[in-house]
Design a binder for this molecule. Structure first.
Ligand code: AMO
Length: 429
């Protein structure tokens, strides 16, 4: 017989005056003459353990079981700990010990001192640095909020295939692979599938991996990232999609405030306000940056970020009506202005984190657009078929989770906001 045991019964959340057993991984051991202090990882963060005698051989990486009483405490390095608590232990027992070669670097310094390469080569260890771990607790809360907010609005979570026959976003950054003797690709985005599902559920979202064969090593590009995708219909205008996103971002910030006060304090993060977000047409944005071309270069995005801050006091900025030439074939042209699209990018702190817009829902129009791009409609037969069966006027967006995490947490390189990043040089760990 297997009975249901909540993990909390094994390792309860410590509260003042509670007496019991706690089991976790040792982060640091400090032996003083009369007492030993352990920093112990419990599910929500580090807790300080103080005991008169710790067993021989207790070291970082060991799993121990401690028995004792929880007391309120004033802690050195208070922000490191999940709460201002201490467990006064009467007993400490080693449950498991790590291999003697131990840690590749010192996790007890306030900042991890290691080259980016070493940090990523030894990811299971570096993730255990409190500041690095905190970014991923925040990332998890962002996803939780994304789901909860959209669930509350009647969205259905979908799961689209990552293997397919044609890239959704166009361009060259598609990973090809051999699929039983024929060509297949890894999904660049769930674009086709989320659009088709608006004809089934109306409102859908997906949290999933997407793959980009982007050869350039930049601070903002990964070859595999997590896309938070939203699609909904019927809509009257693409501005409804932006409005939905403003509410979603506000809910995500609220969730962080509620669930992650410890991590926010540790990383000294001030959450950005989200009430209303200023919007600017692409052509106007170009006047501000003084740049040319059909896209915004990273330096132009940064300039627009500064502009939004100084003109509107906003860390967010929508840029709308991107040139048709730069948007994928599924983007809808602005009525009466075929050179631009009913689409948008969202900049956060001067970097793009979202692309979205309204899509073509008319099958004839979509087929003509595919042909006008010199592509063969046969390659998109299933997508066109969905349109012929009837799709509501729809739109949506994709938000890069790692980019958003990096920008929120003040992390310079998106790889460091990825648990196990994939770039042109890295397939392990
Ligand atoms: P797009 O290709 O602009 O749009 O991607 C949307 C968002 O995903 C993130 N992103 C990346 N993050 C890390 N590494 C990369 N290589 C990378 N590429 C993109 C960014 C970007 O803003 N289907 C459309 C979305 C839509 O219209 O619904 C799409 O994928 O944060």
């Amino acid at each position: 017989m297997i009975e249901a045991i909540r993990p909390m019964q094994r390792t309860p959340e410590p509260t003042v005056d509670a007496v019991g057993d706690w089991c976790g991984l040792v982060h640091q051991v400090r032996r003083l003459s009369a007492r030993t202090f352990l920093k112990l990882w419990l599910p929500r963060g580090l807790v300080q353990i103080v005991c008169a005698e710790a067993p021989e051989g207790v070291r970082a990486g060991a799993t121990v079981r401690v028995r004792g009483r929880v007391v309120a405490a004033t802690l050195r390095d208070a922000t490191l700990y999940w709460r201002s608590l201490e467990i006064a232990a009467t007993e400490v027992e080693i449950v498991a010990s790590p291999a003697p070669e131990g840690m590749p670097f010192d996790l007890t310094r306030p900042e991890l001192v290691a080259t980016p390469q070493t940090r990523l080569d030894h990811r299971p260890a570096s993730l255990r640095h409190p500041r690095i771990r905190a970014a991923f607790t925040i990332q998890a809360a962002l996803v939780r909020a994304f789901r909860a907010h959209l669930d509350g609005l009647g969205f259905t979570e979908i799961r689209s295939p990552k293997l397919g026959s044609e890239g959704a976003e166009g361009g060259a950054d598609v990973f090809d692979l051999d699929y039983f003797g024929r060509r297949a690709v890894l999904a660049q985005s769930p674009q086709f599938y989320k659009e088709m599902c608006t004809g089934v559920f109306g409102r859908v979202y997906e949290v999933g991996p997407v793959f980009r064969a982007e050869p350039h090593a930049t601070r903002r590009h990964l070859n595999e990232y997590t896309s938070l995708d939203v699609e909904l219909g019927p809509i009257g205008s693409f501005t409804e999609v932006m409005s939905l996103q403003v509410g979603l971002l506000a809910a995500m910030m609220q969730q962080l405030e509620q669930d992650c006060s410890h991590e926010l304090a540790l990383l000294e993060i001030e959450l950005p306000e989200v009430h209303t977000i200023p919007a600017l047409r692409f052509a106007e944005a170009k006047k501000i940056t003084g740049g040319t071309g059909h896209d915004l270069a990273p330096a132009e995005e940064a300039a627009l970020g500064r502009w939004a801050q100084s003109e509107h006091g906003s860390q967010w900025l929508y840029v709308t009506h991107y040139p048709t030439a730069k948007r994928p074939f599924y983007a809808m042209d602005t009525p009466g202005e075929p050179s631009v699209t009913d689409s948008f990018d969202l900049l956060f702190r001067g970097t793009e984190i979202t692309t979205g817009g309204q899509r073509i829902h008319d099958p004839g129009e979509l087929e003509a657009k595919i042909r006008s791009r010199g592509m063969d409609p046969a390659g998109f037969a299933f997508f066109l078929q969905a349109h012929r069966c009837g799709l509501p006027p729809h739109g949506g967006f994709g938000l890069g989770l790692e980019r958003m995490t990096a920008l929120l947490c003040g992390i310079d390189n998106v790889r460091d906001a990825t648990l196990f990043p994939r770039d042109a040089h890295r397939l392990t760990p």
